[in-house]
Ligand binder design. Structure first.
Ligand SMILES: C[S@@+](CC[C@H](N)C(=O)[O-])C[C@H]1O[C@@H](n2cnc3c(N)ncnc32)[C@H](O)[C@@H]1O
Length: 241
């Protein structure tokens, strides 16, 4: 999986950008839910290129922000941001680093983490009383206009949010979630380019031919030049007390 992110590291911010409004809504929701402020140290686990880590540091006036990222290519991008502390590590290695932090963000990464329950137990012992974890992810039944085989690949890796809630509560957290609908329109050519560039790791296993066949499948259902993207984001918050 790390290999996939190595290959798209230099274009990652562009293909996942969506829009200024999308990004601002995401940042505001993360800051509000995590109650981020100047006393907080944020650990952005699977923080990718560090783009969100930096924006959160600036917008919330954080004390410090770590971008923890295992893909060398993504890590090298994040290292270009001098205001954040970038560390090349996956979630397992992160636990062994034993850093000090007050809030944890797992944005669009929870489906990549193999030993989730070990991570929840570690975080429960490590976080202070006001500590919080925010998981930002998508529903198991993804609403994005992908071809059916891509949706199936997504489901194979994606944990249901009910499962995540149970795991976190079993580790001692108070957990809650909300689903935030975010609908927007893109030029179909932009959406198709994102799919061709395999903006989601679930697309990495498809050949060029399979991707083109998949795009034809989407095209048959969406004849206009623009395409509605009915995105739905799950924000799952776990608090220590
Ligand atoms: C879809 S990207 C999200 C990046 C960033 N959080 C964002 O929202 O822009 C998923 C990231 O998770 C990282 N990742 C994959 N496996 C991981 C693991 N076991 N522990 C931590 N991060 C991991 C990938 O390298 C990739 O950068």
């Amino acid at each position: 999986m790390t290999d996939h992110f190595d290959t798209i590291a230099d274009i990652y911010n562009k293909v996942w950008y969506f829009s200024e409004q999308y990004q601002q809504t995401m940042l505001t929701n993360i800051i509000d839910l995590l109650q981020l402020g100047k006393d907080d140290v944020l650990a952005d686990v699977g923080g990718g290129t560090g783009a969100y880590t930096r924006l959160l540091l600036e917008k919330a006036g954080l004390n410090k922000a770590y971008c923890i990222e295992p893909s060398r290519g993504m890590f090298l991008e994040s290292q270009k941001i001098p205001t954040i502390e970038s560390i090349c590590a996956d979630a397992d290695q992160f636990m062994r680093l034993d850093l000090d932090f007050t809030k944890v963000l797992l944005k669009e990464v929870v489906h990549h983490i193999p030993n989730r329950e070990t991570l929840w137990q570690y975080l429960h012992t490590k976080l202070p009383r006001q500590g919080k974890i925010l998981i930002v992810t998508r529903p198991y039944e993804i609403a994005l206009p992908l071809f059916e085989a891509a949706k199936s690949a997504f489901r194979q890796k994606q944990p249901k949010h009910e499962t995540l809630m149970q795991e976190l509560e079993a580790s001692g957290f108070n957990a809650s979630f909300n689903i935030h609908p975010y609908e927007f329109t893109l030029d179909k050519s932009v959406w198709f380019d994102m799919i061709r560039q395999r903006f989601m790791s679930d697309l990495a296993g498809f050949t060029e031919g399979e991707i083109e066949a998949g795009l034809q499948e989407i095209d048959a259902k969406h004849s206009a030049d623009t395409i509605e993207i009915p995105d739905r984001i799950i924000y799952l918050l776990a608090s220590v007390n």
